[in-house]
Design a binder for this molecule. Structure first.
Ligand code: SF4
Length: 327
């Protein structure tokens, strides 16, 4: 029997090439080996959103994100794709787990401390309880494998501790989820300095038109030593070259050596990159347009995904209630 994978991501709307290279491509390939459950975690998003204005784009963001996932090759016949709040049992399990999770485990989580600094005006319980909800997300479906980047290993270890403590107190109900370490390439944004991110406005959207993609790439920072076209460059310091590499440019070595000898200029180099990215993403973009033209398609996929995993969730909750003396 195939092992079950769970992964969740916040509804950030249209995905960018950093999301694609870092996570979505991996989601697609995991489908060959595992039973995959991919969740758009809208409840987690509420820890940082506040008020009706903030949540007004939530439904659009969910749809746009799901469209990108589907267009990239996540297959709803093989994987369950759904929205976290559509399976309300996760909130019940979160509450039950919160009764066995020591408060000091949560208070020492570094990301909680970071969030306090980032949003001092909104230090809500959800920020503190985030690891408990994350654990509920995984074990509600008895997932055994969770794909994580190195930076998320500590969170998964905490989830495993929460599971161990629960199992110790109430009996062996849940498998301890194992990390499947994913070598996530760090994709810098167009500023060449920080991770690609919508918030930093340094991203290239998967769904951008070829013209938008080219226009965005032409704004990318390059090697600051190349003030003039005749200045030799240092491609190892230039994010444009990293993007050529990420998209498996057939001309990578040529570009590197021509940059060093100033045989190629940055404008030409960027135009080449735009062409490579546009060619690589053309099938995804065509498919996205086709899926977007079917008005109910995404909604139906998400409903179907939720219906499928809800069956597992109901069984898990029944078993948990029994073990906790609630039934
Ligand atoms: Fe970067 Fe290309 Fe310019 Fe070299 S030629 S500095 S790799 S953009």
């Amino acid at each position: 029997m195939r092992k079950r994978v769970f992964s969740g991501a916040r509804p950030t709307g249209r995905q960018h090439i950093g999301n694609y290279l870092g996570a979505i491509q991996n989601y697609v390939s995991l489908q060959d080996e595992y039973d995959c459950i991919y969740c758009i975690v809208d409840i987690h998003a509420l820890t940082t959103l506040q008020g009706r204005n903030d949540v007004s784009t939530l439904q659009d963001n969910i749809r746009e994100m799901a469209l990108d996932w589907l267009a990239a090759g996540i297959d709803p016949e093989r994987s369950a794709i759904f929205v976290q709040s559509h399976v309300p049992q996760v909130m019940e399990l979160h509450t039950l787990l919160s009764m066995t999770t020591p408060l000091n485990w949560l208070m020492r989580v570094p990301t909680f401390k970071e969030k306090i600094k980032m949003q001092p005006q909104n230090v809500n319980y959800g920020l503190l309880g985030y690891p408990v909800l994350m654990t509920a997300d995984i074990i509600l479906y008895k997932a055994e494998v969770v794909p994580v980047g190195e930076d998320q290993l500590a969170h998964l270890e905490l989830a495993r501790e929460i599971v161990r403590r629960f199992n110790f107190l109430y009996g062996n109900i849940f498998p301890e989820p194992q990390a499947k370490l994913t070598l996530v390439p760090l994709i810098l944004g167009l500023d060449g300095a920080q991770k690609m991110s919508k918030q930093l406005n340094n991203e290239i959207e998967l769904a951008a038109t070829p013209e938008e993609t080219t226009r965005r790439i032409m704004t990318a920072y390059t090697d600051p030593a190349r003030k003039y076209r005749s200045d030799p460059g240092h491609p190892e310091k230039c994010n444009v070259l990293s993007l050529h590499r990420a998209f498996h440019s057939a001309k990578l070595e040529e570009i590197e050596s021509e940059c060093r000898s100033a045989a190629i200029g940055c404008v030409e180099c960027k135009k080449l990159l735009a062409q490579e990215i546009n060619e690589a993403l053309a099938p995804l973009r065509d498919r996205r347009n086709e899926l977007a033209s079917r008005p109910r398609y995404v909604k139906e996929v998400l409903e179907d995904g939720a219906n499928r995993v809800r069956v597992i969730a109901r069984d898990t909750i029944r078993e948990t209630r029994e073990h906790m003396g609630l039934a």
